[in-house]
Design a protein around this ligand. Sequence first.
Ligand code: ATP
Ligand code: MG
Length: 330
Amino acid sequence: DGPVISARDVRVWYGTTRGAIRAVDGVSFDLAPGETLGLVGESGCGKSTLGRGLMGLLPAGAKRDGEVRFRGEDVLTMSPRDAHRLRGSQLGMIFQEPMTRLNPLLRVSAHFEEAIRQHEPKLPKREVTQRALDALRMMGIPPTRYRSYPHEFSGGMRQRLMIALALVLRPAFIVADEPTTALDVLVEAQIVQILNDLRRDFRTSLLLITHNVGIVAEACDRVAVMYAGRIVEQGRVADVFAAPQHPYTRELLRSTISLRTTGLNFIPGSPPDLIDPPPGCRFAPRCPQAMAVCATTDPITIERPGGGQVECWAVGPTDLIPAGGTARLQ
Ligand code: ATP
Ligand code: MG
């Protein structure tokens, strides 16, 4: 099988009065059927923007460029009608802020009826209800809540409701944006289990956006590490976690581990302004291994042993570095 989703050099920018915010700046990856890719990175690095960009669900004023193919079909150039049809049936999105996607005036039942009817208009009402109740049960929401309104739910229940709505059509590809942040640990474990079941039973491909490196280790096949609008490293979870190559990946993993064991330990410094990012590697000002070349020239892409890539001068062979570029930056 070919990839379900294939993204090439995807760019998304937001127009503002200060200039264009380059939130996603040249991202490429493939996702095979049944595969889960974890997307991690600091707040503001462009994870949600990438997820929404893949789905064609960007706010007005945002622009995108590059190529996104769903089973070979270019979704960025298709008509709005075809894109809408695809989103209704094959692509699913679980949003970071559930309340913005739920209609406070509509009961839970109406949300499900609308979602299912859009895709299968002739499905008998009994069947619609049955499928909705199955999806709710899967997410641990009692069937007695089917006639409730979204505001009568707790934050965690709303998030589970969003997930049930995304799952009810069994899309081939789902973007789940921080699906577990509003949930307690028990429910979080349950959701990881459900995602794994989906992958096994329906070969659903998943892009899982999360701050939780533990969830990536548990539920993902591959991981992509994002920094300031770019994926700086990607590869198999087992490989990347065992031997992170990019200095940012290393710092990210280290800060996550020490957060649990010794308290806070954030990476010093802050990410660059995405309106006018500095030349060269965007992590260079914070990087313990930065060399002169890193501050002037875009990093080279190196294939990781065992698959995947890393974008970093310090990882590649030194003879590729331009003359004089190997001096330490700091
Ligand atoms: P978090 O982990 O906090 O959810 P994120 O990685 O999902 O962060 P995004 O929400 O994709 O980050 O934001 C990426 C960048 O784009 C940020 O600099 C943000 O301020 C900017 N941005 C996001 N949405 C908009 C918008 N609608 N208009 C202008 N700028 C935006
Ligand atoms: Mg986000």
